[in-house]
Design a protein around this ligand. Structure first.
Ligand SMILES: Cc1ncc(COP(=O)(O)O)c(C=O)c1O
Length: 422
């Protein structure tokens, strides 16, 4: 027996992995499953990016640790044009996914990390793996589980001696919520008063159902906001493993710290992928149209689910961006208790076993065990086929969903029947 790091030993496999495994197992036995649990972009990567990757396949050089200078420059232009963020290209770093860059940032800062209830699963295990401090901040359904300045301020008043870092994600996984300019301005004021460093996870920025991109807290709090982004969601290239981060003015003194940690860990991101990424971040018209169409489809699918569910009393966050929404069964809690089900994890097992519908329990997203909320990812469809159909029809109607997103259609009806028969 080897002794291993106890902080790492205590990490559990995420529920996402467990549910994916279960879905795979059931599908291999021929079951028709609706997989509302998995959050990967359903669309194919644009051919112009693939071509660029192919043409650089023979490039076998290690690139600079911070990233290819042409890519840093392209991302600076992209951020200015599409996220209204002014970034100095010298302080843009390219990493193997934004997840790794978030992790290295968490390793570097000895802060208490503030996580709003209703945040991405991986933040907490990353903090726990280094034995870091954290606190979950309360959020509420009435504003789609977005952090309010009042809650943030009240935490700061009670913990005035701590160095604090806020992890803010908009558009949000798991809620699909997008913070408005006004909300970000108010949060920025509290962050400034208490000198909070913000880790602004903007990986879904352009998957926004009403605008070309989503507001960033960096517009209102540029001095201490670290912005994260990448290829995975907007450009449907999760497997390329390329993310970026931007170090703001007040933190640029840590440039050497970042550089050293990167060079001693991942060295640099694959060179062909960095060249391909330049093509993506140029956002030529054809890619822009592709991103817009992807967002239109996701908006149509999520509005359909929202309308079907809210009609019968299932609570939903308002679809605004990303691939997700939270859906809640608290109104049916008493009837659900009669099935001897008391937690979101138990109800999620029941859904998959009896309805063939996979949903992730909200307990994975910092909710209490007995809150009957779930993350619903609405991407269980053949993205290539759906994109082609949408480009012809230009409208996501109920008939469109029934024809081209049959798993979604079936899953929604299974959950509606469940409520009917309670
Ligand atoms: C909120 C959020 N942040 C970050 C990531 C990580 O993305 P990347 O592929 O850039 O590591 C994900 C991926 O699921 C995510 O949902």
């Amino acid at each position: 027996m080897q002794q291993i790091n106890t902080k790492i030993q205590s990490l559990k496999p995420s529920a996402t992995l467990a549910i994916n495994q279960k879905v795979k197992e059931l599908r291999s036995k021929g079951a028709l499953i609706t997989h509302f649990g998995f959050g990967q972009s359903p669309f194919p990567i644009h051919t112009s990016i693939v071509k660029e990757l192919q043409s650089y396949a023979a490039n076998n050089h290690y690139l600079p640790t911070e990233g290819l200078p042409e890519l840093q420059a392209q991302i600076a232009l992209f951020l200015e044009k599409y996220q209204q963020i002014e970034a100095n290209k010298k302080f843009i770093y390219i990493g193997p996914g934004s997840k790794e860059l978030l992790y290295q940032t968490i390793l570097i800062f000895e802060s208490t990390f503030l996580i709003p209830k209703g945040s991405w699963v991986s933040y907490l295990p990353q903090i726990k793996s280094k034995g870091g401090k954290y606190s979950i901040l309360d959020t509420f359904l009435e504003n789609d589980f977005k952090l309010t300045p009042e809650v943030l301020k009240s935490y700061c008043i009670n913990h005035s001696n701590e160095q604090k870092a806020l992890i803010l994600n908009s558009p949000n996984n798991p809620t699909g919520a997008v913070y408005t300019n006004k909300e970000l301005k108010e949060l920025a004021a509290v962050c400034r008063d208490y000198s909070i460093v913000v880790l602004s996870d903007e990986i879904y920025s352009q998957i926004n159902f009403s605008e070309e991109s989503s507001p960033s807290i960096a517009q209102f709090y540029p001095e201490k906001t670290i912005v994260f982004g990448g290829l995975s969601k907007v450009f449907s290239a999760g497997g390329y493993r390329l993310g970026f981060m931007v170090l703001p003015a007040d933190l640029q003194q840590y440039h050497t710290v970042y550089r050293s940690l990167f060079s001693e860990t991942f060295s640099s991101v694959s060179s062909p992928v960095q060249y391909a990424a330049i093509e993506a971040f140029k956002m030529k018209d054809e890619i822009k149209a592709y991103v817009r169409d992807s967002s239109e489809i996701l908006k149509g699918v999520s509005n359909y689910i929202y309308n079907e569910f809210t009609k019968i009393g299932i609570e939903c966050t308002t679809p605004s961006g990303a691939f997700y929404m939270m859906v809640g069964f608290n109104k049916f809690q008493e009837k659900i208790r009669k099935l001897n089900i008391h937690t979101s994890e138990q109800l999620s097992s029941y859904f998959i076993e009896t309805l063939n519908v996979a949903l992730l329990p909200s307990s994975d997203f910092y909710f209490k065990d007995e809150e009957l909320f779930f993350r619903l990812a609405f991407v269980d469809f053949d993205g290539e086929k759906v994109m082609k159909a949408f480009q012809k029809e230009r409208e996501v109607t109920v008939r469109f969903i029934e024809n081209y997103c049959p798993n979604i259609y079936r899953g929604v009806n299974q959950l509606k029947n469940f409520i009917d028969q309670l």
